[in-house]
Design a protein around this ligand. Sequence first.
Ligand code: LLP
Length: 422
Amino acid sequence: MPSIRSAYTDSIGFFGASSPSALVEEFGTPLYVYSEKILRERCRELVSMCKTRGFTVNYSAKANTNPALLAIIREEGLTVDAMSPGELHMDLLAGFDKSNIFYISNNISPAEMKNAIAHDLLVSVDSLSQLDLYGTLNPGGKVMVRFNPGIGAGHSKKVITAGKETKFGVCPEDAEEVRKLLAKHNLTLAGVTQHIGSLFMQPDGYVAAADFLLGFVENLPRDMREHLEIIDFGGGFGIPYHKYDHEPRLNLQELGASLDALFASFIEKTGYSGRFLVEPGRYVVAECGLLLGSVEAVKNNGPKRYVGTDLGFNVLVRPAMYDSFHDVEIYGKGDAADRQEMVQTLVGNICESGDILAKDRTWPEIHEDDIVGVLDAGAYGFSMSSSYNTRCLPAEVLIPLEGKPRLIRRRQTLDDLTATLV
Ligand code: LLP
């Protein structure tokens, strides 16, 4: 099947020796497709961005927890986080050692905290009350505390995770309260963590927040900072979603050089010899993932042209939830030159009018039986998918460096949907 709009994936050889139509024929749609080549490239860029000893890239698994991808990420030398028993389960399945898993929690139950402690993980707590709970469950243990640097950033209000308007982190002004709780339970502060929000394209805000955290640590009383092993600056590294507009990439070299400079001065002032963590999720996995869907119907509602697909917001919720932009490719029969350019809106098969994947885009006319490919769907795609309208979760396929595409998660069945009924 020739392509109508595929310049981007063509330029990077995304499908390798396979093709969208071959994948759809073998595995059906909706289908998440991942490129091992691109995943490894992104991991390597991150691992080499800073030169400081102790610099560590901690993959934030919430973006995508498929163990086949996690195993590749592990092979590339990244550590991993977990924020739920499910994520921890996947990290372990992928072969991560417990010393390379960090439990970055938010409002967890005593049972969940006990589970993380039983696995011997370093846990980051997110409030004074959770620190007190941790101390009760693991007196004499090691703990990390998440602070809120007061500087937030993000592509949508819903993903800004620092500043007064969010539920996250302990206020720096509460450091003395943290100290009292540490003493009460004989805990060692082994790490400080933060995360200011998701998707920045300019390094400034992240660097300013990192500077803040290091200054804050430097000014902590000696007994609070002398056993620190981890300083975690969080994730948020953006990727260019506007591929067809040639949106520039985040400048990782510039970001890395700024961080290295901060680390060097901090080490000089404090003698710190522990690790510096960055915690990207999206940057690692977004671009290696593409979502294939089938065009089931086209229609004109007055002046509006709708293209109806099987990619409802149950499969990819980002556009409906955050108004996020994803570029779309079109794979179909015939010649692109024969297709008139027109404004079209790509929608799914969910019974809500907000079920819109891409609004008012100018593309060559899409036909029934075309396949569409949603770019940059590897992060917060499958991991945020749901069974809304009682639809089955999609399948996932990996295009390996060599050999044939491999199913890494089968499509759900109706039996799966009823498996938990009693
Ligand atoms: N660390 C912590 C503590 C986090 O909460 C997050 C993301 C990350 C790291 C990784 O952030 P990233 O590098 O992926 O931006 N569902 C939204 C993004 C929500 C991010 C939540 N926390 C989206 O689809 O854009």
